[in-house]
Design a binder for this molecule. Structure first.
Ligand code: AMP
Ligand code: MN
Ligand code: MN
Length: 334
């Protein structure tokens, strides 16, 4: 692979980390495996360096990720965050991980961004610059991979817990080392994490073999909504609040559903539309090959990666969003 200048960690970013004593780590709302794995792994690395770290999350960690080591680091109290900032005084550093734009920092975004310096470490192709110093590398499989490189640059040995969290981050964002973002470097890093004692079958069983009967019932209902169009190149599915109620599953249980229609031979883009409790339709897209769903998501004020992207829509029905998206995707597939 050709050397990409952005693969090099900015010196200023390293200097800010070295110089700070109190560090707040943030990630995107509705955090996935990469967001959480990177967060807890980086906290471990920073504590090894003697820093005082606060991992702030807007909401408690989804039960889907309750097996992550160091999950007790997650703090959802804004009051605790504010006190941490007051106690830190001028010696504070904010870090946003795996966050493609500042809106994804969640409800307290304005309060977070007021504090400087604000470092940003991310790998989204659709990244919209924010913060004071950014390290954004869309050629990276995951933010977890970048945190591994940071540990190397900071000369911090990786603990077992840190390795475990980084492995989860990389494994989930690469679709278990299947997506095109999986590079030789990704595999070398994963191999090193196994050397630290991580067992892939254990992580795999937590990620993929722990589902509930309620989730299976929900899957049956969601699969019944499948709608193929554009010569079977686009597959739409949706999940409604009513289906959640009837199945007894939660919205977090839909994780992975969008991969089901993606596995069809003819399908180039799979879409899952989710009706959430506050009148928002959340959309997940997964593509194969050349179709850039991040570009399509941008047209709806969302973002993501070329083959995995999403957006949220307020005040529209699932059917309306589906129709608009079908038009946009059909154009993108031309
Ligand atoms: P998901 O389908 O929720 O797993 O998201 C797939 C990818 O799309 C993730 O990497 C996200 O960064 C991105 N994404 C999802 N939802 C949004 C959104 N509302 N705004 C920007 N990016 C999003
Ligand atoms: Mn993420
Ligand atoms: Mn990521």
């Amino acid at each position: 692979m050709k050397e990409n200048p952005e693969r090099i960690i900015p010196e200023r970013l390293l200097a800010e980390i070295h110089g700070a004593t109190n560090i707040v780590l943030l990630t995107h709302s509705h955090p996935d495996g990469d967001a959480l794995g990177s967060l807890f792994a980086f906290a471990d690395i920073l504590e090894t360096l003697g820093k005082k770290v606060l991992c702030f999350l807007e909401e408690p960690v989804s039960h889907h990720y309750d097996f992550l080591p160091d999950i007790q680091r997650a703090n959802t109290s804004l009051q605790t965050f504010r006190q941490f900032v007051i106690d830190a005084g001028a010696d504070i550093l904010m870090v946003g991980l795996d966050c493609g734009d500042d809106d994804r920092l969640g409800k307290s975004k304005a309060e977070f961004l007021k504090i400087e310096p604000f470092l940003v470490i991310d790998h989204h192709r659709s990244h919209r610059t924010f913060g004071t110093i950014s390290w954004v590398d869309p050629c990276r499989s995951s933010t977890g991979e970048m945190i591994y490189e940071l540990a190397q640059a900071l000369n911090v040995p990786i603990s077992y817990n840190c390795a475990y969290n980084l492995y989860v981050a990389i494994c989930t964002d690469t679709g278990s080392f299947r997506y095109e973002c999986t590079t030789p470097r990704t595999m070398h890093i994963a191999a090193d994490l196994l050397d630290k004692g991580v067992r892939p079958e254990e992580v795999g069983s937590h990620l993929y073999d722990k589902y509930s009967v309620e989730r299976l019932k929900l899957m049956e209902m969601v699969l019944a909504t499948i709608n193929l169009c554009a010569q079977n190149q686009i597959a739409f599915m949706h999940v409604s609040g009513k289906m959640l109620k009837e199945s007894g599953a939660t919205i977090q249980d839909v994780e992975g559903f969008v991969d089901l229609p993606r596995s069809l031979h003819s399908v180039k883009v799979a879409v899952l539309l989710k009706e959430t409790s506050n009148g928002v339709v959340a959309v997940s897209m997964r593509a194969k090959g050349q179709c850039d769903v991040a570009a399509v998501a941008k047209g709806f004020d969302g973002g993501g990666h070329r083959n995995a992207a999403g957006f949220r829509c307020q005040g529209k029905t699932i059917q309306q969003v589906q129709q608009e998206l079908q038009d946009a995707l059909s154009r993108a597939l031309l």
